[in-house]
Design a protein around this ligand. Structure first.
Ligand SMILES: O=P(O)(O)OP(=O)(O)OP(=O)(O)OC[C@H]1O[C@@H](n2cnc3c(O)ncnc32)[C@H](O)[C@@H]1O
Ligand SMILES: [Mg+2]
Length: 201
């Protein structure tokens, strides 16, 4: 029996990655757009709060279990910015080019050793809107901010995120490789463990 789970995201890049990452499971994962669910208000001050807000919103609108992803990039030289504000760093939500350009500008002239950064991905799974025990998973991916964009794969900050373990930007990696290494892949592996512990898989 395959269970339907709503993916509480309207980000096409994330949805593609989840489709690949979740294909091994016997879930039917449908993006919230299929149910005409619009963006939840991300008023939280942490990735965890925002992930829960998004999952709860999707549960409420669809009556189905939902999985949300709140993610972003933390840059050490900027004391953790853009962090939870990654999608709206340059003002307009989801304008990747403007976000990347602003980040490069803020790091102009900063030496390589001080350009360390990491992606975070927090996943929240809720069985229903009043679920008091959401399953939370958190993955990170270490790297640094390049001086200019490289590569065309992925989405968001991928063209300016250098992956030391591969010697290139994350937008230069084939999607199968990003899906083995990324913050999202790591968070999902944790979520799967939690599902197994709760005998949901
Ligand atoms: O809230 P939803 O609908 O899921 O979509 P969103 O794009 O608003 O998503 P977030 O609020 O979680 O913001 C995440 C930001 O971090 C960026 N980001 C997250 N994961 C990324 C990845 O794997 N590669 C590149 N950028 C990423 C992404 O481009 C967004 O700017
Ligand atoms: Mg968002």
């Amino acid at each position: 029996m395959s269970q339907t789970i709503v993916l509480a995201s309207n980000n096409a890049g994330k949805i593609k990655e989840f489709n690949a990452l979740l294909s091994q499971f016997n879930f039917e994962v449908k993006p919230q757009g299929d149910f005409r669910v619009e963006d939840a208000e991300e008023t939280g001050l942490t990735f965890v709060e925002n992930a829960i807000l998004k999952a709860r919103h999707a549960c409420e609108k669809t009556g189905l279990p939902s999985l949300a992803d709140d993610s972003g990039i933390e840059v050490d030289y900027l004391n953790g910015a853009p962090g939870i504000y990654s999608a709206r760093f340059a003002g307009e939500h989801g304008n990747n080019e403007a976000n990347n350009a602003l980040l490069l500008e803020k790091l102009a002239g900063v030496p390589e050793a001080e350009r360390t950064a990491r992606f975070h991905c927090v996943l929240a799974f809720m069985r229903h809107k009043d679920d008091p025990t959401p399953i939370i998973a958190h993955g990170t991916w270490e790297g640094r901010i390049l001086e200019s964009a490289e590569g065309v794969e992925g989405f968001g900050y991928d063209p300016i995120f250098y992956v030391p373990e591969k010697g290139c930007s994350s937008a230069s990696l084939p999607k199968e490789i990003k899906n083995q290494l990324s913050h999202r892949a790591k968070a999902l592996a944790q979520l799967v463990e939690a599902f197994q512990a709760r005998q949901m898989l």
